[in-house]
Design a protein around this ligand. Sequence first.
Ligand code: AMP
Length: 285
Amino acid sequence: MSIQIVKSIREMQDLADRYRQADKTIAVVPTMGYLHRGHARLIELARSRTDLVVTTIFVNPTQFAPNEDFKSYPRDFERDQRIAEHAGTDILFAPEVDEMYPDGFESKVEVERVSTILEGAFRPIHFRGVTTVVTKLFHITKPHLAIFGQKDAQQAFIIRRMVKDLNFDIDILLAPIVREEDGLALSSRNVYLGETERKNALVLSRSLQYAANKIQKGNHDVPELRREMEEIITGGNPSQIDYIAFINPELFQETDTITPPEVLIALAVRFGTTRLIDNIIVTLP
Ligand code: AMP
């Protein structure tokens, strides 16, 4: 079956109903498009798990602050279509903004505490926009399974929290971070990086890997590890380090003590005007 493009919410809901009535399982992979191998990995994972794979492409205006890159966010629908199809998408749901947010729209879905820290401290309306649009996408595509990337670790935690709190009958699966060969985490925003910034941005994965190695060798001194990471990152001439955080992944709380089984190290750093995020989960021996 070749890929089907759907732009209407009603049509998508009718298709989802028909598949469910035929006892077929549905997976959804929500994206903002400008697809890369990270997105493709999510789609392939969906393909291996369910009968119908719906990939959504929607650059969601409500998760961008006025000073952020909504307008300039990279878009290439034809290329996305090819990548999505090649990775195993059956239906590409790509609504226009007016279809998702018609006049009079005024509802919000909010996961409270965890949406205000780390990414949320720098992007105060961001996660409210994400949880609202993901809720809408869930009601539109009616999936049994939804796949997200570990690249956006806080987003993944928030969506799991929301699904649990609000009793969405949907399994959430996380896919590991896909990286370039040199370590840079794939991101649609990497196209913003100039050649030098692109090289400098390698300090992010390098600093995460450095801290992970030290933790696994038994160094659990968080302030010292953070200082060393900061030194490595500063070597890449960033314009700003927003945060380097050591997080208990079960509670999504910052911590100064490293306790088994796992610690998540997450960071957000700007190179020029481009803001990159990356993270690593360290499993303790
Ligand atoms: P985005 O289009 O950036 O909103 O991302 C859509 C989905 O792809 C999210 O669940 C992301 O976490 C995931 N994703 C983005 N980049 C990567 C990557 N490098 N590796 C794995 N998943 C990713």
